[in-house]
Design a binder for this molecule. Sequence first.
Ligand code: NFS
Length: 676
Amino acid sequence: MAEKNEKEAPKAKKLADPAAATIDPASQQMIQRAHDLGVETAFDRAVTMKPCNIGTQGICCKNCGMGPCRLPLPKGGIEGEDTRKGICGATPNTIAARNFIRMIAGGAAAHSDHGRSVAEIFMAAARKETDAYKIKDKKKLIEVAGVLGVDTTVEVDGEQLDRDMDEIAVEVGEKALNEWGKAEGELLFARRAPEPRYELWQKQGVLPRNIDREIVEIMHRTHIGVDQDYKNLMKQGTRAAIADGWGGSMLATELQDILFGTPYPLASEANLGVMKEDMVNIVIHGHEPVLSEMIVAVSQKKEMHEYAKSRGAKGIQLSGICCTANEILQRHGVPLCGTFLQQELAIITGACDAMVVDIQCIFQNLANVAKCFHTKLITTHPIARMEQDNVIHIEFDEHHAIEDAERIVKLAIDNFETRKSEVMIPRQKSPIVAGFGVESIEYHLGGMFRGSYYTLNDNIINGRIRGIGGVVGCNNVRTRHNESHIQIVKELIKNDVIVLTTGCNAIACAMEGLLTPESARVFCGPGLAEVCETVGIPPVLHLGSCVDNSRILLAATEVVKAGGLGNDISDLPAAGSAPEWMSEKAISIGHYFVASGVYTVFGVTLPVSGAPVFKDYLFKEFEKMYGGMWDLEVDPIKHAHKMIAHIDKKRSDLGIDKARERILVDMAARRELESA
Ligand code: NFS
């Protein structure tokens, strides 16, 4: 036996081809470095781990102990009656719908639980139980108070006087927290949607009652032997998705804005090249900005800089991965280190002195990668811990937030001197302008004096801007990192579609240099270029993290309100996209876009192909009910053109298709004159 083993050389492990894995040269360099150092990353695991064909089709049911029941679609499709059944009799439609809405529940739970944490901190700040957090944006506090039905004035001697801000804040906190579990009534923010949308939800019976209830009910309905009608299952999926987009996520965004400030455009940089060899690099990764806000504040303190210098570093360089990155970018200009798929690569630079993680999108393998370097990996959230023994857990508590942040920053500084391996930081980084939101779009595109969405609408009506694309979502190792993100966005802006972006799509666009006003001249069609150059904005507007997709919903609502483009979100020349999605959160987002009336195209794959009737329901029937529907397109150029075709259809329904033809002729003629 021993002899035989000697003869058999161990099989070389299959590794990812860096050029095939990503379009980003910085990431390619780090994947290659990982190979050279024998460090494994998700890109390599994707080469050896093939996805399950049945799960990909959405027709594996493991909701009870008799299965899992797998109902793959026969090669060549179904001829005649579809007789596939699970042990209990569940059909492919039932199974796919159950799986789909469980994904919505997972995504809605993640966003909404994040929102709840923010609401709790908001409450602590309003009650003055913590010194670390204060109400920053009073204007937004008043605005949100109005939506939640909190009085902002009080009658004294027959006169209406402004109410005390602290009192308003406490009541807003109470009302907000109530949204997760109130016994009666309906989700208050649903009323923020255009009136016809709200009425449609009412008619369809999908107005959320409270956020938690809709998620719990999905778990109940998808238990064995409960809801067996895919249409009824999707009705609950829709209700939970609305509770996410117009509830948990929107509350997270609004309360974060009130606490930490509403973002306003600012300059920064993106990609691994933002790390600095001679500085202490702290990479913040995850989603909740409550701790990272404190880390930003602490690392700006003079004594921390002095301390870093005393340890041989020139200072402290913060940067971010995933949506925590987007949160601290928007409000403080902290640079973006990378997207979801670059988290391991940031450590592989050898320059990451500490990676601080909170919740969501965190690879468990970070601990294994950190072991190969000097990086301190610090978990901070009670619900998101790691089993590996090299992980340090510093549980964050809002009552001693500053102390926790100081401990973390000091740990990183002390670790600077212990760098083991040679440092290799890719040189790639791009300048960006980020920090857009409902308010700044109004300011920039609405004209300084007008203060409304009128000018944006006018530019859509006259055809300079063909329409609006909301392009969002993750990276997925099953596609080449960032390729679809970039190709789709470039194709949209080339065709005069302005892009609103969040999440990892925003980071991908940032890395590619699309978040600069200058990119308009290079990449946009003539109409969009003219608007962007006149106003001085990028053609791709970074609206923040994934919970900030709620900003896209509110911006769309503002467009409807400004007039001239129909009465509901479904009337707008707009479309949504998640080119490289992978998380359950993306499915929840996709579905609340659809339920809000948006045609939404996903890339990669969707777990519905094994249940063609259910798939048709999402892709076609939904449009009849909600004016928005799902689609799947893997080819990025076709993907963009499906969105553009939808935008054009809406333009023609609105009777504004001719205006665009006219204006483009005008512009071409003008250019001819200029060049003559
Ligand atoms: Ni969104 Fe943000 Fe990125 Fe996907 Fe993960 S970071 S919440 S889930 S991977 S976009």
